[in-house]
Design a protein around this ligand. Structure first.
Ligand SMILES: [Zn+2]
Length: 178
């Protein structure tokens, strides 16, 4: 079933199918199985797992940064106003289902979500001992970096792949040295 947001994009002609290309705003979209992420992760892990997490994070960060700058120009929504829009986009992409977004007294933001990548991984493999959603953490960091117009970093502290009920992401401004 099409989500309401998906329908709205179609109506506003912001989701287009042109000569085999699927485009949302100016970005071309591909539909591929979530397992591409698990293959990418294992290929990167063959080298060095710490480095692989960083690469996936950077990949997520750059991917959402491109898109969010485009979105920012079109909608001119700033700060937390654009969070609802982002929630729709993350869910439309099938990346994660967002359960909650809350802010802490210390200014950090907590996002509770069910990662589609972790869920897919758990269906095929055993539970892991460590979190795995570096791509999504980077993706969220890219979104909030555009929203706040300063570099935000994101760390996943709990993950569905370890048997937790949801993945938990903590976002805060990047401090020098981190
Ligand atoms: Zn996770």
């Amino acid at each position: 079933m099409l989500s309401g947001f998906f329908k709205k994009l179609l109506m506003a002609k912001q989701l287009r199918f042109i000569e085999g290309d699927v485009a949302i705003f100016n970005s071309t979209y591909l539909l591929y199985p979530a397992s591409i992420h698990s293959h990418l992760r294992s290929l990167l892990n063959e080298g060095n797992s710490a480095k692989s997490g960083k690469l996936l994070y950077t990949l997520g960060f750059r991917t959402s940064k491109d898109f969010s700058e485009d979105l920012d120009k079109r909608f001119k929504v700033k700060g937390m106003e654009s969070v609802a829009l982002w929630r729709n986009i993350v869910e439309l992409q099938g990346l994660a289902k967002i359960n909650r977004i809350s802010s802490n007294p210390d200014g950090s933001i907590i996002v509770g979500a069910i990662s589609s990548l972790a869920k897919d991984d758990l269906r095929k493999n055993e539970k892991t001992k460590v979190v795995m959603d570096y791509f999504i953490a980077g993706f969220f960091a890219g979104i909030f970096t555009t929203i706040y117009d300063k570099e935000i970093e994101c760390v996943e502290t709990k993950c569905v792949c370890t048997g937790e009920a949801e993945c938990v992401f903590i976002l805060k401004p990047k401090t020098s040295g981190s």
